[in-house]
Ligand binder design. Structure first.
Ligand code: ADP
Ligand code: MG
Length: 703
């Protein structure tokens, strides 16, 4: 049998060799298989050259064009003013029409060396009509030689992200050579009936269809196949985990004693809404069952999830069991602590908070109370799991905000040798269409109703100037404001340069008479905590921040939120941010601004100003931005997934269609696992799933 392409080094591909091997390694390409799945990010239609006469007739000269012809004249000149050198190369097509290529500086020598009078050239660029005829300044070219077919012209041409030292034309050549020799050896792992049912091309056909497509529809089919297989593997893992979890049994049991719970209910300053009651019932049913709970509690910001979670913790407490309540950030842990303390003031439960900020002596005391079982509810951040905290009888883990909680943390829980009931709270509504696909391993409860008396936050699309005016009015009434800035780019993660820059201007020039503070992710947590405390105790009028305030924080006196460059956020995120205000009695207002000229982006923001339903906004996100946001959640939460998803997105294939592929992959995977729960008859699928998600599956088994 021929060797597997995942074991063949790219070094053996014709034209690569040891030196280029090093360059390719930087791209993560080491084997022939890696090369095949190194996907392009863009395609260009360079199938048919156009004549100069056609170019002149075209109205829109903004699109780059493919022009082919013979070099008749080459002139190297010096611009009289700036004394810089430039080169002019006149290229004539078969009708005698001409395009002049003009290049400056380093490109002069390069071009002079590459072409000579009589060379046949293929050129791709934007042609500009001038007094001297058509001119191209920025262009891609290749000298066409007899018997050496080019891979960069006369076809649909792909663009790959390559490093310095590799030229695109050589990269395409390697890909071509690799496909010629190994292209038929790409092992298929999807069952034939799945291929047939969803009309998917085989794996070999898909790989060559992506890298060297005959036409756009066949490229799209090839992409669909590659996406399908990624989602299919993911969905198989989801289905397998679901099966494992169904069979799991927990060692602990609770009894509904109601001694704590009933007393507690009487002390609450409000009555549960109907949906809160339903949620509590579902959670209690889970907890009283034999298999461990794995439930996701979804609900809009402010829908009252915390009290519901607390009810679960009290059921554990009245059975003498312990609960960990994990918050995504330190300020949120503190806030939960305050909330839970207040809501349990009149009943007999011990609540503690354990964060990095707790002093050593106090810490030891808390740790011993946790170990002895005196402490019923421990609140903290994920750091709590990393530490050597010993519990006497931990049975319930509540996790606030799924997206910040990774598979890594779940692993830490199970390492403690506990099979806990898990309740995850999230304010990011997963549209029904995606729920099974993303959270197939979690049962779900949804609260779709806000507590009585809460007014929706009035939302407007406006300018920063208008926003500053509104803020001024509110702060003068002793109310408070948030101003949120997006992170500029990924490398900016948590540093909040935009927020910092804005802080300087706003605190000095715009609001010199108010107390303005800055909060961003890079600050030490003690500092962040201090700022949030100051905001809560009204020592700050205006808080400028990045999205660190996204989740949770309760400042009832804040009535304005300005979100700058709001187009950078997904609708769900915007909605979460907006939920930070409108928590008090006063009317609240959210102002979104944007300097984007993208019509779609503006439409999206206008929709946001009119819609106050988190689920509708999530569905809209899905429709407009694709499933990326939700799989983003899956990535950090339920699963560690690395989709080529984004790469295929960049390549310009419909985002909405992804949803269909996801659903199809989900259906195919669940039906396969349903019929063959161990994937005994599909060893190739099994192998892929375990290679990718084995850790997660293992975790589900042991935990
Ligand atoms: P979430 O975590 O879902 O965003 P919270 O649990 O923080 O929402 O609840 C928001 C606010 O609503 C809290 O101040 C809480 O005390 C209050 N609340 C919760 N349930 C009710 C209810 N049934 N009636 C009135 N207020 C409620
Ligand atoms: Mg909350």
């Amino acid at each position: 049998m021929a060797e597997n392409i995942s074991n063949i080094s790219v070094r053996f591909v014709k034209g690569v060799g040891p030196k280029n091997c090093e360059y390719l390694k930087k791209l993560g390409v080491e084997t022939v298989e890696d090369l095949f799945f190194y996907l392009p990010f863009r395609m260009e239609d360079r199938r048919h050259p156009v004549k100069a006469s056609q170019i002149l007739k075209m109205g829109n000269l903004n699109t780059p064009l493919f022009f082919e012809g013979v070099v008749r004249k080459i002139k190297i000149r010096r611009s009289p003013k700036r004394r810089t050198q430039f080169i002019e190369v006149e290229v004539f097509d078969s009708e005698g029409g001409a395009v002049t290529l003009v290049a400056f500086r380093q490109r002069v020598k390069f071009l002079a060396r590459a072409v000579s009078v009589g060379s046949r050239l293929a050129v791709f660029g934007r042609a500009e009509p001038t007094a001297e005829g058509l001119v191209m300044y920025n262009f891609d070219f290749e000298v066409l030689e007899k018997g050496m077919p080019t891979l960069s012209f006369f076809r649909i041409v792909n663009f790959y992200r390559v490093t310095r030292g590799i030229s695109l034309s050589r990269f395409r050549r390697w890909m071509w050579n690799a496909i010629k020799v190994y292209g038929e050896r790409i092992p298929e792992f999807l069952p034939a009936k799945v291929l047939g049912k969803f009309s998917l091309p085989g794996r070999s056909a898909a790989v060559s269809g992506i890298h060297f497509p005959d036409d756009f529809p066949s490229a799209a089919r090839a992409y669909r196949r590659i996406k399908f297989e990624e989602f299919f593997i993911f969905e198989c893992a989801v289905a397998l985990i679901r099966n494992i979890l169904k069979k799991r049994r927990k060692p602990h049991r609770y009894i509904l004693k109601r001694n704590l719970l009933t007393r507690w209910k009487k002390t609450l300053p409000f009555a549960f809404t109907a949906q809160q009651k339903k949620a509590i019932n579902e959670i209690f049913d889970d907890m009283l069952a034999e298999k461990p709970m794995n439930r996701l509690l979804q609900g809009d910001v402010g829908s009252g999830k915390t009290v519901v979670a607390l009810a679960a913790a009290l059921l554990a407490a009245e059975n003498g069991k312990q609960t960990v309540f994990l918050a995504p950030t330190l300020p949120l842990a503190m806030q939960h602590y305050e909330t839970v303390k207040k809501l349990t003031e009149e009943i007999n439960v011990e609540v503690e908070v354990l964060t990095g900020g707790v002093k050593k002596g106090q810490r030891e005391k808390i740790l011993s109370q946790i170990a002895s079982g005196k402490c019923d509810i421990v609140i903290g951040t994920h750091a709590l799991l990393e530490e050597n905290v010993k519990f006497r009888d931990l049975t319930l883990v509540i996790i606030d905000e799924q997206q910040r909680f990774g598979v890594h943390q779940r692993a830490l829980i199970s390492q403690k040798g506990i099979i806990p009931d898990i309740l995850v709270l999230t304010a990011t509504p997963i549209p029904r269409t995606l729920a099974l696909a993303v959270f197939g391993d979690l049962e779900r409860t949804t609260i779709r109703q806000l507590p009585p008396g809460r007014k929706p936050v009035k939302t407007v699309f406006s300018t920063s100037e208008e926003a500053w005016r509104i803020i001024r009015g509110e702060v003068e009434k002793k109310l408070q404001a948030f101003i949120v800035y997006p992170l500029i780019e990924e490398s900016d993660a948590g540093s909040g340069k935009a927020a910092e820059a804005a802080y300087k201007v706003l605190s000095k020039d715009v609001f010199p008479d108010f107390r303005v503070a800055l909060l961003h992710g890079r600050m030490p947590s003690s500092r962040k905590q201090k700022i949030m405390e100051d905001m809560a105790s009204r020592k700050i009028d205006i808080l400028i921040s990045t999205t660190v305030i996204e989740v949770g924080i309760d400042i009832p006196n804040a009535t304005v939120m300005v979100i700058e460059n709001a187009e950078k956020f997904g609708l769900s995120t915007l909605h979460q941010l907006r939920g930070r205000i409108g928590r008090g009695k006063a009317e609240s207002c959210c102002i979104v601004t944007s300097s984007s000229t993208d019509e779609m982006a503006i439409r999206r923001l206008r929709y946001f100003t009119q819609c106050h339903d988190g689920f509708a906004l999530a569905e809209k996100d899905l429709e407009l931005r694709g499933a990326g946001e939700f799989f983003g959640i899956a990535q950090h939460g339920a699963m560690d997934v690395k989709f080529s998803y984004n790469r295929t997105l960049e390549a310009g294939f419909g985002e909405v269609s992804d949803l269909r592929v996801i659903k199809e992959a989900c259906r195919a995977a669940f039906s396969l696992v349903g019929a063959d729960p161990e994937l005994k008859f599909y060893p190739a699928v099994r192998k892929k799933v375990y290679a990718r998600f084995g850790g997660r599956l293992h975790l589900a088994k042991v935990s």
